[in-house]
Design a protein around this ligand. Structure first.
Ligand code: PLP
Length: 372
């Protein structure tokens, strides 16, 4: 079996241990004579998996009891709509801080929810520049106006632009009064955070914690209670909170695999330990960029550079294509930048090994020497 060094942006690399565990258990889950996928979501076997996944999340992220953890479907994109449906009152406002393309999508959905259900969603801070369809983002915003807002939405890591709130994202806006709602899809569980600084955190699993199909929502119970009731039941957070995410059939296999990944993460020493590895990986790639004498250039300002998705350019698109194709021959895949931006993107989620990042850094040095 030849597994490659996978730098995909998401779905992305999963820990081999988590996959092997799934492989070993696939046909006969705990002697039950069937796979976990074939079990009822209301049965004893699946229930243990569900509870373990919830408990591991609570333990790893140190989630206080005042918060519910929900397993949702529909991806982070569905949360772009579900957040305002629940939290934007009919005569209220929601403030959005933009540092990239995903935040743009979030506010666009919030505006359409507001048009349908009342309220107003507005951009209260943005670092986007340029008049074209695709704006350029090279840093996170530092100030915003949230006067009268029911919540402030931010994207802690912009996966396409490689822009991340580098220090504590929960303290990003010291003047904000409204609860912070964070899309953490691409930087969930890569380091410890202070959950109590947020009203709501959501993240699609397919980057740091599992396969696509599961979205984790961590929400303060008072926001669940105060959420709107004049929307369909299936979209109300309270429905899922009251039913422990078993109101309807949850994505059982995705949650099972997430459990395997979380259990691996705990074995690694949890978030403090994985943060060290993640910083070493990103350090190797950013050092290769800065040592290249301009052969590689990262557009993102130093203080906003992402530890999860590193974007950079080479001198021409032809050279970038050559880079991607030669890297692939050397067993490194998933390096092509997002189609909206071009260039190269290196995604370094938890399951990406330090050795892979070091191999890529060595490859970058050699490639620059040969083509510089
Ligand atoms: C930061 C961020 N938000 C939202 C999304 C959308 O996620 P999904 O495809 O799960 O809806 C992505 C996907 O890459 C993302 O990176």
């Amino acid at each position: 079996m030849a597994r490659v060094m996978n730098f995909n942006a998401g779905p992305a690399a999963l820990p081999l241990t988590a996959l092997e565990r799934a492989q070993a258990e696939l046909l006969d889950f705990q002697g039950s004579g069937m796979s976990v996928m074939e079990h009822s979501h209301r049965g004893r076997e699946y229930d243990a998996v569900h509870e373990e996944a919830l408990a591991l999340l609570r333990e790893l992220l140190n989630i206080p009891v005042e918060y519910n953890i929900l397993f949702q479907t529909g991806g982070a994109s569905q949360q772009f709509a579900v957040v305002p449906m629940n939290l934007l009152p009919r005569t209220g406002k929601a403030a959005y801080a933009l540092s990239g393309a995903w935040g743009e999508k979030a506010v666009a959905e919030a505006k359409s929810v507001a048009a349908m259900l009342g309220g107003e969603a507005y951009v209260s801070a943005t670092t986007g520049t340029g008049d074209g369809k695709e704006k350029s983002y090279t840093r996170t915003p530092t100030e915003l106006n949230d006067v009268g807002a029911s919540y402030v939405h931010l994207t802690t890591n912009e996966t396409i632009h490689g822009v991340q709130f580098a220090s504590s994202p929960g303290a990003a806006f010291p003047t904000a009064h409204a609860p912070l709602v964070a899309d953490m899809s691409s930087d969930f569980l890569w380091r410890p955070i202070n959950v109590s600084q947020f009203g709501l955190i959501y993240a699609g699993a397919q980057k740091n914690i599992g396969p696509s199909g599961v979205t984790v929502v961590v929400i303060k119970k008072d926001l669940v209670e105060s959420g709107r009731r004049d929307i369909p039941k299936i979209f109300q957070y309270r429905t899922h909170a009251e039913a422990n995410s078993l109101y309807n059939t949850p994505p059982t296999f995705g949650i099972y695999l997430m459990r395997n990944v979380l259990s691996w993460l705990k074995e690694q020493g949890g978030l403090t330990a994985i943060e060290k590895v993640n910083r070493a990986k990103a350090g190797a790639i950013y050092s290769a960029i800065s040592a290249s004498g301009g052969f590689y250039s990262c557009p993102v300002e130093q203080s906003s550079r992402s530890m999860m998705n590193i974007v950079f350019r080479l001198g021409s698109e032809a050279l970038e294509e050559k880079f991607v194709s030669e890297a692939k021959k050397a067993g490194m895949v998933g390096l092509k930048g997002h189609r909206a931006l071009g260039g190269i993107r290196v995604s370094l989620y938890n399951a990406v090994l330090l050795e892979w990042a070091e191999s890529l850094a060595t490859f970058m040095h050699d490639f620059a020497k040969r083509n510089g």
